[in-house]
Design a protein around this ligand. Structure first.
Ligand code: GAR
Length: 212
């Protein structure tokens, strides 16, 4: 029997990564995954309206004017109430407090529009374009206590064309993001991995290990 895992999506804006995940779940491409709740820290995030229209549980927990820890506690309470197993940050423009991260060890994913560790932080596509890189892309990684830093699950490359500007580059990266996030969720839900140093690798079964 397939054990269902509850996903919690956190977003702050447009929500195209959330929509790609939701579409892939609906199409049966993330077996065992279902979206239990979508949370936004901004009431005007288009993604939260989309979540409502799709009939998903959608919650706004405003962050403005609140201490990080206070806001994080409210978000964590909502995630726990909804028995969330895996949290997907999908354009969630808030740094999680160390306390938040410790509540869900190795169960928080983030997507970032660059090949980390290059260009962490805001406007990564513009940073990469201005730097003049010939290849950029996106990264889905586990979230740890540092910004854009945890173990890498999936990366996709995108060539930078001479005809690109920062917008066309960002658009092509976004297309790859929508594929990368689902791949990463499947890897984590399968659970057949281990973290060796910073490296996420396929788990070695004990009989395979013994043969070595
Ligand atoms: C995406 O490009 C995502 O990689 C980026 O925000 C955008 C959200 O788009 N996230 C970060 O830069 C996090 N450091 P979306 O709302 O359409 O999914």
């Amino acid at each position: 029997m397939l054990v269902m895992k509850n996903l919690g999506i956190l977003l702050s804006g447009r929500g195209s990564n959330f929509v790609a995940i939701a579409d892939n779940i609906d199409a049966g491409r993330i077996p065992g995954g279902r979206i239990a709740i979508v949370i936004s820290n901004r009431s005007d995030a288009p993604g939260i309206e989309t979540a409502r229209q799709r009939g998903l549980q959608a919650l706004v927990i405003p962050s403005k004017g609140k201490e990080r820890q206070t806001h994080d506690r409210e978000v964590v309470a909502a995630l726990k109430e909804n028995k969330v197993d895996l949290i997907c940050l999908a354009g969630y423009m808030r740094l999680l407090s160390p306390w938040f991260v410790r509540q869900f060890p190795q169960r928080i994913l983030n997507i970032h529009p660059s090949l980390l560790p290059a260009f962490p932080g805001l406007e990564a596509q513009q940073q990469a374009f201005a730097y003049g890189v010939k290849v950029s892309g996106c990264t889905v990684h586990l979230v740890d206590e540092e910004l854009d830093h945890g173990a890498i699950i999936v990366q996709k490359t995108v060539p930078v064309l001479d005809t690109d500007d920062e917008h066309t580059l960002a658009e092509r990266i976004l297309e790859r993001e929508h594929i990368a996030y689902t791949e990463a969720i499947k890897i984590v839900l399968d659970g057949e991995f281990e973290i060796v140093g910073r490296r996420l690798v396929k788990a070695q079964r004990s009989e395979v290990r013994l043969q070595k």
